[in-house]
Design a protein around this ligand. Structure first.
Ligand code: PFF
Length: 456
C-alpha cells in the first residue's frame, strides 16, 4: 500500500513523473543550462570573436531573445505536460508548429553527439589529475599533450563511451531519483570552485590584459557579420534553448510554481557562470602567452598551466575537471531526456530501453566527431572538420527552433492562454513578453541569419 501511494505521488495526476521540489526543478534547469557551454564553449567562442564586444552582444541576445524564449518553453511544457513534440501537438493539433519539436529532437542527437566527445576529454583530464600525470607539465607542454590526446583514434572514444554510459544511467533512473538528485549536489559546488579560481586568476600577471580583453570592447569587430550568429548560437546553446529541453523539463513541473521568477534566476545564473569562467580563463591566457583565439582546446591547455603554477594546483585541477565533467553530465542528461521523452511516448518503450537505444545511437553519431580531430582530420566540408560542422549546425538549429517557438507563442497560441500559462496574467510585463515573441525575437533571429549568410 505504501509502495502504491509512493508511486502515485511520483507520477502526479496525469501519470507522468514530476519534480519533487521547486528547488529541485530550478537546480535541474540550471544544471541543464550550466555546462561545458559556459566554460569550454563560451571561452573559446568569445576568444575567437574578439572578447568584450562579443560579450556585449551575447548579453543583449540573452536579455532580448533568450529570456523571453525560455519563458515560452517553460510555459509550453508545463501547460501541455508532454515532450518537445507532443507539447505542440497537444496545444495546437494539426498545425505546423510541431516542426520545432522535431527540430529539437534532431538537435538533441546532433549536440549530444559532440558534447559527449568534449565531456569525454574532461574525464580524461580528471583522471590525469587523479593519477598525478597532469600535476606537472607533460614533456611536450600542455598544448601538445591535448592535441596528441584528442588526435589519437581510440582513447577519446573510450572516454566518450564512459561519459555517455553515465548519462544514460542517470536518464534511465528517471526524473527524481536520477536527474534531480545529481544536480542538487553538483551545482553549488561548481559555483564555489569557479569563484575561487576567478580570484586566483586575478592575481596572475596577465590579469589586466585578460580583463581588458573581456570587458573593454574593440568596436571594430561589430562589422564582422559572423559575430552575431556566434553570439546568438552561443546564447541559445548556453541557456539550453530552442530545442525543447526546457519544454521537456517544464512538463515535469506542477501548476503551483511561478515561472517568471524561476526563468530570471536560471538565466542570470547561467550568464554569471559564463562571465566568471571568462574571468578565470582570459587572465590565464595572457599570463601564459597563449592566444585567446586558439579554438576549442583553450580551457584544456590554459587551465592546466594555471594549476601548474598554483600551490596545491593538482588538487584544484582535480576538483575543477571533476566539476566540469559533472556540469557536462547535468547538461547531457537534459539533452538525452529530450529525445528519450519523445521516443518513450512515441513507441511506448520503457524508459530503460529507450535511454539505452537512443543513447547508444547518439554515441555512434559522435564517433566521427571524435575521429575528426585525428584520423578523419583530412575530411573537410565547408572548410570545417566533422565535429565543427556539428557545432555549426547547432548554431543554426537552436535559433531556428527558437524562432518557431517564439512565433508559436506570439501568433499561434491564444493570447489569454499564453499569458495564463506563463503566470504573467494581465500584467504589463506579460504584454511586453508577447510583443517580444511576436516581433522582436523573430525579426532579430531572422536578421542574424541573413547577416551571417551575407545577404545583408
Ligand atoms: N546548456 C548546455 C551548456 O551550456 O553546456 C548545453 C545544452 C544543454 C544545450 C541542453 C542545449 C540543451 F538542450
Amino acid at each position: 500500500m505504501n509502495q502504491l501511494n509512493h508511486n502515485q505521488r511520483d507520477l502526479g495526476q496525469n501519470g507522468r513523473e514530476q519534480w519533487a521540489t521547486k528547488i529541485g526543478f530550478m537546480l535541474a534547469a540550471m544544471g541543464s543550462a550550466v555546462g561545458l557551454g559556459n566554460i569550454w564553449r563560451f571561452s573559446y567562442v568569445a576568444g575567437e570573436n574578439g572578447g568584450a564586444a562579443f560579450l556585449l552582444i551575447y548579453i543583449a541576445m540573452i536579455i532580448m531573445i533568450g529570456v523571453p524564449i525560455m519563458m515560452a518553453e517553460f510555459s509550453i511544457g508545463r501547460k501541455a505536460q508532454s515532450d518537445a513534440v507532443g507539447s505542440f501537438q497537444n496545444l495546437s493539433p494539426g498545425k505546423p508548429w510541431v516542426a520545432a519539436g522535431f527540430l529539437g529532437v534532431a538537435s538533441a542527437f546532433i549536440i549530444l553527439s559532440f558534447y559527449g566527445v568534449v565531456a569525454g576529454w574532461t574525464l580524461k583530464y580528471f583522471t590525469g589529475y587523479l593519477t598525478g600525470t597532469l600535476w606537472s607539465e607533460p614533456s611536450g607542454g600542455y598544448v601538445d599533450y591535448f592535441v596528441g590526446f584528442i588526435g589519437s583514434p581510440l582513447e577519446p572514444l573510450i572516454w566518450q563511451f564512459i561519459f555517455m554510459g553515465a548519462t544514460i544511467g542517470i536518464v534511465l533512473l528517471g526524473i527524481k531519483k536520477g536527474i534531480e538528485k545529481a544536480n542538487v549536489i553538483l551545482m553549488p559546488t561548481l559555483a564555489i570552485l569557479l569563484i575561487i579560481l576567478g580570484i586566483y586568476s586575478l592575481t596572475l600577471g596577465g590579469a589586466s590584459e585578460g580583463l581588458a580583453f573581456l570587458f573593454s570592447p574593440d568596436w571594430s569587430i561589430l562589422s564582422e557579420p559572423s559575430i552575431y550568429l556566434a553570439a546568438l548560437g552561443q546564447a541559445f546553446f548556453s541557456l539550453s534553448l530552442g530545442m525543447g529541453a526546457l519544454i521537456t523539463y517544464g512538463s515535469y513541473l506542477s501548476k503551483k510554481e511561478r515561472l517568471p521568477g524561476a526563468t530570471a534566476g536560471i538565466a542570470s545564473m547561467d550568464t554569471i557562470f559564463a562571465i566568471i569562467a571568462g574571468v578565470v580563463i582570459f587572465p590565464a591566457v595572457f599570463a601564459f602567452g597563449a592566444e585567446p583565439d586558439s579554438g576549442a582546446g583553450l580551457v584544456f591547455f590554459t587551465l592546466p598551466a594555471i594549476f601548474d603554477e598554483m600551490a596545491l594546483g593538482g588538487i584544484v585541477g582535480l576538483a575543477f575537471f571533476f566539476l566540469l565533467a559533472a556540469a557536462g553530465l547535468s547538461s547531457a542528461i537534459s539533452l538525452l531526456e529530450v529525445a528519450v521523452a519523445y521516443f518513450i511516448r512515441k513507441f511506448g518503450w520503457t524508459r530503460k530501453k529507450t535511454a539505452l537505444i537512443i543513447g547508444g545511437l547518439i554515441f555512434l553519431l559522435g564517433v566521427p566527431s571524435s575521429l575528426s580531430n585525428g584520423p578523419f582530420s583530412e575530411f573537410i566540408l565547408f572548410d570545417r572538420v566533422f565535429m565543427d560542422n556539428m557545432e555549426f549546425l547547432s548554431d543554426i538549429f537552436l535559433p531556428l527552433g527558437g524562432l518557431i517557438i517564439a512565433l508559436f507563442v506570439g501568433w499561434g497560441w491564444k493570447k489569454t492562454e499564453a499569458l495564463q500559462a506563463s503566470d504573467f496574467g494581465n500584467s504589463t510585463i506579460g504584454a511586453v513578453w508577447l510583443f517580444i515573441l511576436k516581433f522582436i525575437a523573430p525579426v532579430a533571429i531572422f536578421l542574424v541569419f541573413l547577416f551571417a549568410l551575407g545577404v545583408l
